[in-house]
Design a protein around this ligand. Structure first.
Ligand code: ADE
Length: 270
């Protein structure tokens, strides 16, 4: 997968993305990240990239010409128009679902703004989508672009060692991840839950799933509310956690009872 980042600060992006998992994915050629310095495309003799806002007001606005020319340079180079995303606090919120959708794109162009924003006509002319990483305002879009590249890239085949690496993690199925422990078995008087040392795989799976439910309910009640209850029933069934009275009859049977087990039916206490 390829990302082209249009920015005034290419070094900040390069420094971060050369590290760790994403750095290795870049070395292996699974992920390509190019940074394009918008200033290099300015036709102004002083390489200016911003100007005062029409209508007055504080701050400066990024002018359209250097951004458009930088974008056109990428488009000409690759011979098509990749999906172009403007990192902006006005965009839709970046979620795990957004990341899953974007990982199917072969090539993305990410536009990072600065100052008071960019000339609106650039958004109309080249931007397909605006994405925000949260309801707060950053000094520029670079951090947001790095966040997006990181969370999309790790879903691309071959970047993590296996599907296992993210199939249980937070947000994968709408729930937060279960707690993780490693050695030593006791740290400052705090013991690793006994069940994890038991070697009983099925019980461990069940315990972990119940922890996911409990944690999501406690830490992110908003996610817990949204958690897909239909999917929940399937998961419960797979874990053998569906209460007996609600267990589904075999498919094809006349009176297939609709699964109605709510999350509250399966609490860690039950
Ligand atoms: N640029 C400035 N603030 C931002 C935000 N919250 N998300 C994405 N891009 C931004």
């Amino acid at each position: 997968m390829r990302f082209d980042v249009l920015t005034l600060f290419p070094e900040s992006i390069d420094a971060f993305l050369n590290e760790s998992i994403i750095g290795r994915a870049r070395e292996k050629g699974i992920i390509t990240v190019n940074t394009i310095n918008i200033r290099d495309f300015s036709l102004d003799k002083h390489k200016k990239v911003d100007d005062y806002p029409y209508g007055g007001g504080s701050g400066m606005v990024m002018t359209p010409q250097p951004i458009y020319d930088a974008w056109e340079h990428v488009v000409k180079q690759c011979g098509r128009k990749p999906r172009t995303i403007y990192m902006s606090p006005q965009g839709t919120l970046l979620t795990q679902e957004t990341a899953r959708r974007l990982k199917n794109e072969e090539h993305l162009i990410l536009l990072c703004g600065h100052y008071e924003g960019i000339d609106e006509r650039i958004i109309e002319e080249i931007v397909d989508e605006e994405i925000s990483i949260g309801d707060y305002v950053l000094t520029g879009g670079e951090l947001a672009a790095m966040v997006l590249i990181d969370c999309v890239s790790r879903l691309v085949d071959g970047v993590l060692s296996s599907e296992d690496a993210y199939s249980n993690e937070s947000h994968y199925n709408g729930l937060l991840e279960f707690p993780q422990y490693t050695r030593p078995p006791e740290f400052r008087g705090r013991k690793v839950p006994e069940i994890l040392l038991s070697g009983h795989h099925a019980n461990i799976e069940k315990w972990r799933f119940l922890q996911m439910l409990e944690r999501t309910k406690a830490k992110r009640p908003d996610l817990y509310e949204k958690y897909d209850r239909e999917n929940h029933e399937k998961v419960l069934e797979a874990y053998g956690l569906l209460p007996k009275r609600k267990r589904r009859k075999k498919a094809g049977s006349e009176n297939v009872e609709k699964g109605t087990a709510g999350i509250s039916d399966v609490t860690p206490e039950s």
